[in-house]
Write a protein that binds this ligand. Structure first.
Ligand SMILES: C[S@@+](CC[C@H](N)C(=O)[O-])C[C@H]1O[C@@H](n2cnc3c(N)ncnc32)[C@H](O)[C@@H]1O
Length: 301
C-alpha cells in the first residue's frame, strides 16, 4: 500500500479544472498533496498553489511532498471555509482553480492513535483539527439521547440509531466513554447478534456519523461552497469531490444557486471507474461536481 493517500478521480479532476501555466490555484483540502502535486506540475514555475488543510499533520506531509513543486507554494493551516476571506485579503483578483476533496485522509485511518478507526483501541478523539474543538469522547459523554440518535441516523444512515444511542447512555451511567472500543462495544451490544459478523463492520456507520458530527463537516457546507465559488475570477473553475450524500447534496444546491454567471461542467456527478475502485476501494463513494465562472459580477471584499 502507498504511504500516501491516493488522489481520487485524478484525471477527471484535472480535465475539469484544466489548470494552465501561470495560473493561481487553491487546494482547500491538500491532505497528502496528491492532487496538488499534479496541479503544481501543470501551472508550472509562473503559477501559485495555495494549500489549505485544518490538520497540521497533513500540512506537514504536504509541505514535504510539495517542497520541489515547480510553482510558488503557500500553506495555510485553516478550515477551507476561510478561503473567501483569505482570497479577499491576499488575491482579490480571484483564483483560476479551486479544488475541495472533502472528508478524511487515508492517514486518519492509518494512524490508530487518532481514534478514527474501530480496528484498534485508542482514545476516542476523531478531530481532524486537533488544535480546536471537542474530541468524540467528550461529545458522546455530554450529548443527549436525541442528539446522538439524530446524528447516527442522519449522518450515518444507521438503522439501529436509537438502540445504539440507548446503549451509549447506559454505558455513560457506568462511567465515561473513553476509547474507540467503548463505542464499538455500545454498537455490538445494540444490534441483533446475527448482524455482528457482517463483512462491513457493524460500527462503520456509527464511526462515520460521529466523525462528521465532531468535525462539523456538514455545517454550513452549502453556504461555504457557494461563497468559495463566488471568489473565482472570470473563467475560473471549481471542483468538489464528496464521499457522503450530505456533502454531494450541499455541493449540488450550492452550485445550483450560483445563477447564470456560472456554467455547470457536470450535469450529473461523475463517478470513479470500476478499475479505479478495484485498485482504490476508498474511491467507491466518490462524486465529482464542477462549475466554471463565465462572468464575474461581484467584487469580493
Ligand atoms: C480526502 S483528503 C484530501 C486528499 C488530497 N486531495 C490528496 O490527494 O492527498 C481530505 C483532507 O481535507 C482535510 N479537510 C477536511 N475538512 C476540512 C476543512 N473543513 N478545512 C480544511 N481541511 C479539511 C482533511 O484534513 C484531509 O487532509
Amino acid at each position: 500500500m502507498s504511504e500516501f493517500h491516493v488522489p481520487v478521480m485524478l484525471s477527471q479532476v484535472l480535465d475539469l479544472l484544466d489548470p494552465q501555466p501561470g495560473e493561481f490555484v487553491v487546494d482547500g483540502t491538500v491532505g497528502h498533496g496528491g492532487h496538488a502535486w499534479e496541479l503544481a506540475l501543470r501551472i508550472g514555475k509562473e503559477g501559485t498553489l495555495v494549500a489549505f488543510d485544518w490538520d497540521e499533520a497533513m500540512l506537514e506531509t504536504a509541505r514535504a511532498r510539495l517542497a520541489h513543486a515547480p510553482c510558488k507554494t503557500l500553506f495555510v493551516h485553516a478550515d477551507y471555509r476561510e478561503i473567501p476571506s483569505w482570497v479577499a485579503k491576499n488575491h482579490p483578483a480571484g483564483p483560476d482553480c479551486v479544488l475541495l476533496d472533502l472528508g478524511v485522509n487515508w492517514e486518519h485511518f492509518a494512524d490508530p492513535t487518532r481514534g478514527f478507526t474501530f480496528q484498534e483501541d485508542a482514545p476516542l478523539d476523531m478531530r481532524m483539527d486537533r488544535s480546536r474543538g471537542e474530541p468524540a469522547a467528550a461529545w458522546l459523554n455530554r450529548a443527549s439521547f436525541d442528539e446522538i440518535r439524530r446524528v447516527l441516523s442522519e449522518y450515518g444512515g444507521e438503522r439501529h440509531a436509537a438502540a445504539i444511542a440507548k446503549k451509549i447512555m447506559e454505558r455513560r451511567r457506568r462511567g465515561a466513554m473513553k476509547t474507540t472500543q467503548d463505542l464499538v462495544q455500545a454498537v455490538l451490544d445494540a444490534i441483533p447478534p446475527r448482524l455482528r459478523e457482517r463483512r462491513i463492520h457493524p460500527a462503520t456507520r456509527t464511526f462515520q456519523a460521529v466523525r462528521i458530527a465532531v468535525n462539523r463537516e456538514l455545517e454550513g457546507l452549502e453556504d461555504a461552497i457557494r461563497a468559495i465559488a463566488l471568489t473565482l475570477r472570470e473563467g475560473g473553475r471549481m471542483a468538489v469531490l464528496s464521499y457522503h450524500s450530505g456533502e454531494d447534496r450541499a455541493t449540488k444546491l450550492a452550485f445550483r444557486s450560483l445563477g447564470d454567471e456560472f456554467e455547470t461542467l457536470t450535469k450529473k456527478p461523475l463517478r470513479p471507474s470500476g478499475a479505479e475502485v478495484a485498485t482504490n476501494p476508498s474511491a467507491r463513494s466518490a462524486r465529482l461536481r464542477a462549475v466554471r465562472c463565465s462572468r464575474r459580477l461581484t467584487e469580493i471584499s
